[in-house]
Write a protein that binds this ligand. Structure first.
Ligand SMILES: Nc1ncnc2c1ncn2[C@@H]1O[C@H](COP(=O)(O)OP(=O)(O)OP(=O)(O)O)[C@@H](O)[C@H]1O
Ligand SMILES: [Mg+2]
Length: 364
């Protein structure tokens, strides 16, 4: 399958090359799927930015890359940052700008779904990089190797890439994309120009969602939009997925519908839970919280996560706050490994009961 992808690069007709390349499509790869074909598909692909101008936020990065591309001085790139911030979209837009409709022939895109051990880097990348650039289409002669999710590459593969990058610099540019830059060996980092894609600011997510709401003619209230932006936490992919699943579940999308469809606790539920934790006896709050969890289908993990900003915001002596945060962190850590939720709910109540006792003792 991987060899087919290389073969595709050598095929003259873009059509045929496209078919073959599409066969090795994985996450983040758009291949040749056109915008029209995606009308009924996931919005994350339908609304993937087609050009650099469409990429929301990261203006400094995009302008720099745009200028370098325009002047045909593209360096090797290392794009890193949390998921859904536009790294893959940016490099695909660069490829389109550089090569126009021939871009399928001029890029080799590999991601974690392809085999990327040491052999693949040696064979595939080397084969692609060492072939002459096709002279019929693009004016630009450098090819582009995109190594998406590069943090999942083995150290050996990364080491062998050092040499390959240097050897083929004349006609090939490499773009490494990853979430965790610390997993890329320093020698590779120093060969690339690094750009960090931070989580998107709420205003940018809001603007993009507004545009899609208008395009799709959706009925979303302001509070519904606010809830999506809050839950997405700067991850545009997550925002689009919530919007799409939310509007399928409820055509009139309110904040409540968003929280319900994503199974997240509403802010007012968290307030209520915090009230019980701070005022009711151990057994009463255990029973009430359990009942609410079952009725609304809440996960304790989400409750604990949402309680944390609450604990920061209410007034209490620093020593008590520290104790509580520490306990919440422990519970969240344990919950990540899937233990008994009932026991962890007990631990949550214990932490708050302990905090209350300390507060009462301090007041006396
Ligand atoms: N800056 C952005 N502007 C507009 N749309 C964006 C942006 N970032 C992400 N998106 C949307 O989210 C989808 C996923 O983005 P993309 O694949 O570029 O993320 P990524 O940064 O590569 O994430 P990952 O690290 O998970 O691979 C895109 O198809 C697009 O619809
Ligand atoms: Mg990506």
């Amino acid at each position: 399958m991987a060899e087919d992808a290389v073969a595709a690069m050598e095929v003259d007709e873009p059509q045929q090359a496209a078919k073959l390349t599409a066969a090795v499509k994985g996450k983040g790869k758009m291949g040749v799927v056109s915008q029209q074909q995606l009308t009924g598909g996931p919005w994350v692909e339908k609304y993937r930015p087609a050009s650099l101008a469409d990429v929301a936020a990261h203006r400094d990065i995009i302008d720099t890359i745009d200028r370098l591309t325009g002047e045909n001085r593209l360096p090797h790139l290392l794009l890193y940052g949390p998921p859904g911030t536009g790294k893959t979209s940016t490099i695909l837009a660069v490829a389109r700008k550089l090569y126009g409709s021939y871009y399928q022939n001029m890029i080799l895109e590999l991601n974690a779904s392809d085999d990327r051990g040491i052999d693949v880097v040696r064979q595939q990348v080397q084969d692609f990089a060492s072939t002459q650039s096709i002279s019929f289409g693009p004016k630009v002669n450098v090819k582009l190797v995109i190594l998406d999710e590069a943090d999942a590459m083995t150290k050996e593969a990364q080491f062998s890439l050092r040499r390959i990058i240097e050897k083929y610099t004349k006609n090939t540019r490499f773009c490494l994309i990853c979430n965790y830059v610390s997993k890329i060996i320093p020698a590779l980092q120093s060969r690339c120009t690094r750009f960090r894609f931070p989580p998107l600011a709420a205003a940018h997510v809001t603007d993009r969602l507004r545009y899609i709401i208008q395009q799709e003619n959706l009925d979303v209230t302001d509070s519904g939009l606010g809830a999506i932006v809050k839950l997405s936490n700067g991850d545009m992919r997550k925002a689009l997925n919530i919007l799409q699943s939310g509007q399928m579940a409820s055509p009139h999308l309110t904040a409540e519908a968003v929280y319900l469809c994503t199974g997240n606790p509403m802010p007012k539920d968290i307030e209520q839970i915090a009230f019980w934790l701070l005022n009711e006896s151990f057994s009463t709050s255990y029973q009430k919280i359990s009942e609410m969890k079952t009725r609304k289908g809440l996960a304790l993990f989400d409750v604990v996560r949402e309680l944390q900003p609450f604990v920061f915001s209410i007034d209490m002596p620093p020593a008590v706050r520290i104790q509580l945060i520490d306990a919440l962190a422990d519970i969240e850590y344990r919950l990540a490994f899937g233990p008994n939720e009932k026991l962890q709910l007990g631990a949550l109540l214990s932490a708050f009961t302990h905090a209350r006792t300390t507060l009462v003792a301090a007041a006396q």
